[in-house]
Structure formats: structure tokens, C-alpha cells
Design a protein around this ligand. Sequence first.
Ligand code: NAP
Length: 334
Amino acid sequence: MTVRIGVIGVGMIGQDHIRRLTQVLAGSDVVAVADTDAARARDVAGGLAGATAYATGEELVAAPEVDAVLVCSWGPSHEQYVTAAIRAGKWVFCEKPLATTEQACLNILDAEVSHGKRLVQVGFMRRYDPAYRALKASIDGGEIGAPLIFHSGHRNASVPSHYTADMAIVDTAVHDIDVARWLLDDEVVETMVVTPRKSGRGGPLQDPLLIMLRMRGGAIVNIETSVNIAYGYDIRGEVVGETGTVELAESATVLVKRQGVVNARVPEDWRERFIRAYDIELQDWVDNCRRGTCGGPSSWDGYAATVVTDAGLAAAKSGGWAPATLRDKPMIYG
Ligand code: NAP
């Protein structure tokens, strides 16, 4: 069976996912698109054999030829499309964030719980990155004993001028927060934000940030966001356990040694660093749709991430620890 996919939001990542689905991955067809920019939607549909451009995301969700929905629109619009897809009983892959407010995430959880089984996967692609998978396998295999500390570094060469301090938590660190919960198999109970001296390269932006998470089991996570670091896109991760440590290796595939110097490429941006992860992530979603199942990061994971980023914003304001309080986990999320 070929999964017939409708894509809502055909901007940067929407078009990249369409390229992936139509040129790289197997088992799906993109049959419909929708975007608030109708001309862009028509343009993208025009490049796909037999695809329809719908005027609204809701019409796309209701379209009989659409088996599964890929939501790549602006974050505040995610709730309306994800809940529409759940009500229609269709599989839905929602780019992060699941939704931008805790209440919107809870509305999605309620809709999915009422449906009775998982339909939603959230786009936390790091969980599909081969290096992060190896890191998790090492922790789960007991190689370093019980994890005590996770140091996570998220460095961008630069960010656009509209990037704000809140985005460092909500858009950037959210990936580190999700991966911390997944690697440590634990929930965050509180968070604090510490601000070093400002980088001169970030204008008025407070950059870098150190975001601390205290996990329910007592481990501490320390996330560095440095979003104007000039030298490239660099993702660091090291877990300190009771008997050892495990860390992400350099992502370069080759090292060049010449004239007494070792050189390795630093990725330019997240597209380059995580290209494999995005491919594996979406192929997994398509394969699950074909099998009639749903896996990967769930609405619960999206909800938990939003609760923690909200706590991070509160902590940045207060300067102290801010609690991250989750509702009881519904059975469908395991
Ligand atoms: P983008 O380039 O601005 O594309 C978003 C598209 O959605 C635009 O065409 C926009 O139209 C359209 N849109 C906005 N509101 C809509 C609505 N209510 N209904 C239908 N279409 C709507 O943004 P992007 O960078 O692709 O990001 C899209 C989503 O993906 C965001 O949630 C972002 O956080 C997420 N993302 C995730 C990753 C990751 O690493 N997993 C990476 C990048 C992005 P207009 O231009 O007219 O507003």
C-alpha cells in the first residue's frame, strides 16, 4: 500500500519533507498540499504529479484521497490541524512544536485519548540520528552505570535578525530537552536559566544561555545554547554515568591530517547535520502508517517539551528554578 500524504504548510521544511518523500523515501505519494499562501501551495502542487492544492488545511484533512497528514505550518496553527486529523481518524506527523501552549497540547492529548489510540508523531528528529541512537544504546546497555549528568551543547553559526531570546529556549533548546527526556528515560521536574556574559556577535540578544533541568530521578541536564558562534553548527552531547561517560563523536566522516594539523568539517547548519535523521524519521512514519501503527515521539513527548520550555521561559524571567508540572500520563502513551 502507498500512503497518500497531504502536507499543510509548504514553506522551508514542508518543501524539504516533500522532496524527501518524493525523491528519497519509499512507500508514499504526496497527493495534496495547503498553505495560507495560496500561490505557494499552487506552485508546490504544480510540481507534483496529480497533487491538489486545497484552500485550507481542514479541507485537506477531510479530503478522501488523503490517508495521512504532515503538518509543517507555523507552530500556533498546529493544534487546529492535528486535532482535525485526529477527529478524522488519520495519521498525523506534526513538526515540532506539537503546539505552542500547554493548553493546546492538552487539547491534542484529550482528542487522541478520546480516539483511543495513538495517531500522532512529533518531529523530534534527533531520536532518529544514528549517533544519538548509539548514545542511548550505550546508556540503556548499562555501559556507564546510572546516568548522573547530561551536558548538551547546541551551537549555531548565526541566527536571523528576528530570532529572540525566547526562541533560544522554545525553538532551539526544545530539541535538547526532548533528547534529554528520551536519553535519560525520565521527566523534567524543574528548570533554571543562567546567563553568561553576552556574546558581542548577537546584538541585543542574550546569547549564550545555560539551561539547567533537574530530572525526576535526580540527574541534572545542562544545555548550552550558543546561537552566534560563527564556526558552524555543532551539536555536543555527553552523559556522565556512575562508572563511565559516553559522548557524541565528531560528526565529520573524515579527518584530514596535513602540515601538522588535523582538519574536520563542521556542518553548516541543522539540515546538513541531521539529514539522515530526517530521512530515517519520515521513513519510519510512512512505514508505520502502512502497517497501521504509530511510533516515535508522541503527543505526550510534545506536551512535556512545551511544559518544560514554558518553565524555561518562567525561569529566565525569575532567575530561579521554575517547576515543570505534568498531568498524569494517559495509558495510550505507555
Ligand atoms: P516557514 O518556512 O515559515 O513555512 C511555514 C509555511 O506554513 C509557510 O508557507 C506559511 O505561510 C505556512 N503557514 C503559516 N501558517 C499557516 C496556517 N495557519 N495554515 C497553513 N499554512 C500556514 O517555516 P518552517 O521553517 O518550514 O517551519 C515550519 C514548522 O516546522 C515550524 O513549526 C518549525 O518549528 C518546524 N521546524 C522543525 C524543524 C526540526 O528541526 N524538526 C526544523 C525547521 C522547522 P506564510 O509564509 O504565508 O506564513
